[in-house]
Each structure stands twice: as structure tokens, then as C-alpha cells.
Write a protein of this length. Structure first.
Length: 366
């Protein structure tokens, strides 16, 4: 199927992209002591040189003491850390690219591979790392207020450094998602509650604070998922009405683009309709959406972490859905981690040169 439609420009507020392909945020742990290196800048620059429409950075920690759980993941606060990010965005811009940092707070998610000790209190709505597993204290009001403001400070820094837009990581069972999910949010105050709308309050306040920090014209992307790393079957919205109750307040708070994380983009979100998560998010909010999950590859990423190889796969189903308006943008993870030239190869029909993905790719920055 011709890919031309994916190469239409995308414009929203001050953001202008040459095509619809987004590099998905991917943690690489190549930033010793939390500072992105020249190799990291060159890695992103290579994607910009090779026609990626928008690069979303690996998750980068906001300014709370324990926003990250791995010393090799870059921070998005502190003078040397932000200077390093300035070098990244300047390198991407010099190659004609566009980029957003993904602002991240891991909350109570642990890194089993790391013996790293948190340099301060771990932030989490109820001290739970997963349902029933309490290991720390619930956040105080002061900690919650500072965590909200940490996302806003990060977004203001993103704009000041020259990033083209900003993404907030609200997915996959990390801090923002720990508030959304009843399994990790058992609070009885106004940050918790029986409904997804009540448990969305933290995220709504984060989005409002970010919007106030960056102004109206700067694009704010929010990444969300139903699934959590603690439970791949978990769901925040069981019905379209629940999805509307979840997303509408976030949309009103100032989200411009919902980045809807699925492991396989073609899976329907609710029975009785083919629409995927990005399709429903667009339908219930009217906002632009990004789809993601196994684009251009035969297998999904969690299995890939376990060692299953993925082969290059057809983009026909993706294009069919894009052309009928299900979503506006398409994020590509592993295929772009593996191969900086992926976009150029698919555009020019060099399909014989597309690579298999295997987990060895995680160990190098190509
Ligand atoms: C090595 C690796 C690191 C990832 N790190 C992040 C991250 O920091 N933030 C995030 O939102 N998603 C992260 N993800 C998920 C990806 O953004 C993407 O949603 C997932 O890989 C599915 O896309 P794919 O099938 O095209 O790889 C990561 C995925 C991989 C493979």
C-alpha cells in the first residue's frame, strides 16, 4: 500500500511536523549520573537526519528526589543535566528535526536490576508498588504539590531550551498512572476515589500546571495506557463512557495530543468496534492522537524483552486505519531504536533492508 498519506505535514498550535511518524520514547540508560552524553545527542540526531517527524526522548526525570530509579537514566533538572539536553535539542534542530522530552516520574516502580538507593522519599499515592504491596508511606500534601510543580518546572525548561513540544509520561504504571489506577491509589482524600474521574485529579492538576507554565500555544502531549507493567490486563476504562470520564477532564485541563500506548496497535479497545485506544481517545475528546505498538514489526515489545525476535511486518493495516482518520500520528519504537534509517527505508521502498529486532539491540546506541 502506498505510504504517501503518512508523509503529510502535521500542524497544531506552534508545532509543525513534516510527516506523521513519531519516535516513541525509549529508556536507554546511556546517561551516566543522569547526564545525557554526546553519544546520546548523536543517536537522536541520526533519527532527525533520517526523516523522523517528531522525536520523543527517553523518559527523563522531573525534579523530585526519587523521580528515577536508575542512575544511568537522564534527569531533566540541574544545570549540567539541562545543558546536556540543550546539546541534544540543538543537534536535532541542526539536522532539521523536531523533538519533545518525555517528562517522567517513576513513583513507586522499582528497578529489579538496580541496587540503587533512592536519595529521598519515594513518591507514591498510597505507598503501594502494586496492588496489596505496601512498602513506603503515602505522599503528603506537600509532596503532591511539589510533584505537580516539578512537571511544570520541567515543561517550562523544555520550552526555554528550545524543545518543540513536551510529553508527560502518564502511562505504564508510573507515578501519574499510580494515581489513576485503583490498584495503587487507595487514598481516601480528594486525590483518590471510587471513580476514574476522581483518581484523575492528580493528572489534571499536573496538566493545568504545565499548561500555565508553557502558555496556550505550546503543544502538550500526554501519554496514557490502560495496561501497567505491574499488570498487563489492568484497565482504567472498561467502557467508552468511562474513557470519556477519564480523558475529558484531561483534555479540558490542556492536553493537545493523547499518546495512546498499546502493545499492538490493531487491537480493538472495546467490544463491538474496531477502533483502537487512539481511535477512541480521538472520538471522545476530539483531540489529536498518536497510536503505537508493534508498528512495522511482527512481535510486541514485552516479548522482545524476554528474547523473542520480531521480523519486519507490513504497514498496510496501519495505513488503512490512518487513512480513515482513526489517529493523527504514529509512534514507532523498536524499529527506530534498531535502525535510524527506518523512516527513509520504508518511504523509499527499501523493504529488503529493514532489520529484525532482537534484544541485543538494547545494549548499543546505533
Ligand atoms: C527499550 C525500551 C524502552 C522504553 N522506554 C519507555 C519510556 O521511557 N517511556 C515510555 O513511555 N515508553 C517506553 N517504552 C515503550 C515504547 O515507547 C513503545 O510504546 C513500545 O516499545 C511499543 O512500541 P514498538 O512495538 O514500536 O516497540 C520503551 C520501550 C522499549 C523497547
Amino acid at each position: 500500500m502506498p505510504l504517501d498519506s503518512l508523509f503529510e505535514p502535521f500542524r497544531l498550535k506552534s508545532l509543525s511536523l513534516p510527516n506523521r511518524i513519531v519516535m516513541a520514547p525509549m529508556t536507554r540508560s546511556f546517561s551516566p549520573d543522569g547526564v545525557a552524553t554526546a553519544e546520546v545527542a548523536a543517536y537522536y540526531r541520526r533519527r532527525a537526519e533520517n526523516d523522523v517527524g517528531l522525536i520523543v526522548s527517553e523518559g527523563t526525570g522531573v525534579s523530585r528526589p526519587a523521580s528515577l530509579n536508575d542512575p544511568n537514566v537522564p534527569r531533566f533538572h540541574g544545570a549540567s543535566e539541562l545543558l546536556a539536553w540543550k546539546q541534544v535539542i540543538d543537534a536535532v534542530h541542526a539536522a532539521g528535526g523536531r523533538m519533545a522530552p518525555q517528562l517522567w516520574h517513576v513513583g513507586s516502580a522499582r528497578n529489579p536490576a538496580s541496587d540503587w538507593k533512592a536519595p529521598g522519599p519515594i513518591d507514591s499515592p498510597s505507598g503501594l508498588s502494586s496492588p496489596g504491596k505496601r512498602f513506603t508511606e503515602p505522599m503528603t500534601e506537600e509532596a503532591i504539590a511539589d510533584a505537580i510543580s516539578a512537571f511544570a518546572r520541567g515543561a517550562a525548561d523544555a520550552k526555554r531550551l528550545g524543545f518543540d513540544c513536551v510529553e508527560l509520561h502518564g502511562a505504564h504504571g508510573y507515578l501519574i498512572d499510580q494515581f489513576f489506577w485503583a490498584g495503587t491509589n487507595a487514598r481516601e482524600d480528594h486525590w483518590g476515589g471510587a471513580t476514574i474521574a476522581e483518581r484523575s485529579r492528580f493528572a489534571v492538576e499536573v496538566v493545568k500546571a504545565v499548561r500555565a507554565a508553557v502558555g496556550e500555544d505550546y503543544v502538550v502531549i500526554l501519554r496514557l495506557s490502560q495496561w501497567k507493567q505491574q499488570d498487563f490486563t489492568a484497565r482504567l476504562a472498561e467502557t467508552p463512557a468511562e474513557m470519556e470520564a477519564w480523558l475529558q477532564p484531561l483534555s479540558e485541563a490542556g492536553v493537545d495530543i493523547f499518546h495512546c500506548s498499546q502493545r499492538r496497535f490493531w487491537e480493538p479497545e472495546f467490544e463491538g468496534s474496531e477502533l483502537n485506544f487512539a481511535g477512541w481517545a480521538k472520538k471522545v475528546t476530539g483531540k489529536a492522537t498518536i497510536t503505537v505498538g508493534s508498528v512495522g514489526l511482527s512481535g510486541e515489545f514485552v516479548a522482545a524483552f524476554r528474547g523473542e525476535a520480531s521480523k519486519p511486518a507490513s504497514l498496510d493495516e496501519l495505513i488503512r486505519r490512518y487513512e480513515r482518520g482513526e489517529f493523527d500520528l504514529v509512534a514507532v519504537g523498536r524499529a527506530l531504536l534498531n535502525d535510524p534509517e527506518w523512516v527513509r527505508k520504508v518511504r523509499t521502498g527499501r523493504t529488503g533492508e529493514l532489520k529484525e529486532f532482537s534484544r541485543e539491540a538494547l545494549g548499543v546506541l546505533v
